[in-house]
Design a protein around this ligand. Structure first.
Ligand code: ATP
Length: 377
């Protein structure tokens, strides 16, 4: 079993709590992505698991065995760094074999593992070349092959694709995901790229200022962010935030949002129903706003916005809308025809709103309905 368990781990540099009281379990053969802005502690957490940083407090367990005070070489972990860290004077074969030679593995076994890892990464034909004779993408494959050849069951990756150009990154992303599933390694993968995180991880641990603020599968962190920070960090465009206040009208609750628009709440959660008259924020994903011509009066329910900008992006149009002083992003079909400065009616399904407390930014109530009601292009 290669489960990784972090119990209240803190790693401190002087006055900086780079990792602050983190509790996190990565299940056997699971792929967990650490995601967060620059400086939030992702690399430090990864290096703490590897034993390259000593932790200030807490415990780290690998496969149920405490490794908190063990040196890196005794933890049986393979690591891929952002800089490929391939040795220019060694052939591809010897680069991949490097860690195995350090462990004094027999040469027949080294050959078997190197050839098998090279085949998985499609670099079998380059084994006798030197790194200078490879492209950036091929060099990155060598670094990954070196980790895989360790056959350690736990692989830690720190932004392994960040040196590649955009096209190659997208290609390698899918390939790496398939590969890690195939070799069944337990993986922690660090990135600050939320698209990479959503597309690759079984689960995503979102970090901010040394803390893990949410752990969930891609759909959970996208549709039901734990707080405003996660909603704005994940997703392109980020989640829309509308100030709102609830009104009770007879037995019905209505949210009055920025600009004075009204959204009826048919099935409010108990937690939300308690918040009448308090400052709230409605978190709404761009694809959960249906835009209709006001004149056609189609599904409008009382929220009118002005269209400021239309960006045709091929598969869809991205609209920037003004609702009072608030700017919103909405997605429409690519053939949806709306002119800048035109007023449009917005239909916002209350069941798809993530409600947040306006002061703390923390989510209120159960997750909203996931998925998008707006048909794809
Ligand atoms: P990035 O995405 O930019 O690599 P990160 O999320 O990986 O950022 P870390 O590199 O873990 O963040 O850094 C977390 C904090 O710890 C930062 O404030 C950083 O300046 C600090 N830090 C990291 N390593 C050290 C060190 N060796 N000594 C002192 N401070 C450090």
């Amino acid at each position: 079993m290669a489960e990784i368990r972090l119990e209240r781990v803190s790693t401190i540099f002087g006055k900086v709590r780079a990792v602050d009281d983190v509790e996190l379990t990565i299940n056997h053969q699971e792929f967990v992505v650490l995601l967060g802005p620059s400086g939030c502690g992702k690399t430090t957490l990864l290096r703490s698991v590897a034993g390259l940083e000593s932790i200030h407090s807490g415990r780290i367990l690998l496969g149920g065995r405490e490794v908190t005070d063990l040196p890196p070489r005794k933890r049986d972990i393979a690591m891929v760094f952002q800089s490929y860290a391939v040795f220019p004077h060694l052939t591809v074969f010897e680069n991949i074999a490097f860690g195995l030679r350090m462990k004094r593995i027999q040469s027949a076994e080294v050959k078997r593992r190197v050839e098998s890892a090279a085949e998985l990464l499609h670099i079998g034909e380059f084994l006798q070349r030197h790194p200078a004779q490879l492209s950036g993408g091929q060099r990155q494959r060598v670094a990954v092959a070196r980790a895989i050849a360790m056959e350690s069951g736990v692989i830690l990756m720190d932004e392994p694709l960040s040196n590649l150009d955009a096209l190659l990154r997208v290609e390698m992303r899918a390939e790496l995901k398939r590969l890690l599933r195939e070799i069944k390694a337990t993986t922690i993968y660090v990135t600050h790229d939320q698209v990479e995180a959503l597309s690759m991880g079984d689960r995503i641990a979102v970090m901010r200022a040394g803390k893990v603020v949410q752990v969930g599968n891609p759909l959970e962190v996208y549709s039901a962010p734990a707080d405003r920070f996660v909603g704005s960090f994940i997703g392109d465009p980020p989640m829309n935030f509308l100030t709102a206040e609830l009104e009770r009208d007879g037995g019905r609750l209505t949210a009055v949002v920025a600009g004075g628009g009204r959204i009826p709440l048919d099935e409010p959660s108990a937690e939300l129903a308690e918040r009448v008259g308090e400052g709230l924020v409605a978190g709404i994903r761009a694809e959960n706003i249906e835009v209709a011509r006001q004149a056609a009066d189609a599904p409008g329910n009382g929220v009118v916005a002005r269209c400021l900008v239309v960006e045709p992006l091929g598969s869809h149009n991205l609209l920037t809308l003004a609702l009072g002083d608030t700017r919103l992003k909405a997605i429409t079909r690519p053939d949806y025809d709306v002119a800048p400065d035109e007023d449009v009616a917005l239909h916002i399904d209350a069941r798809r709103i993530r409600w947040l407390d306006s002061e703390s930014g923390l989510a209120i109530g159960p997750p909203p309905q996931a998925g998008s009601p707006v048909p794809p292009a």
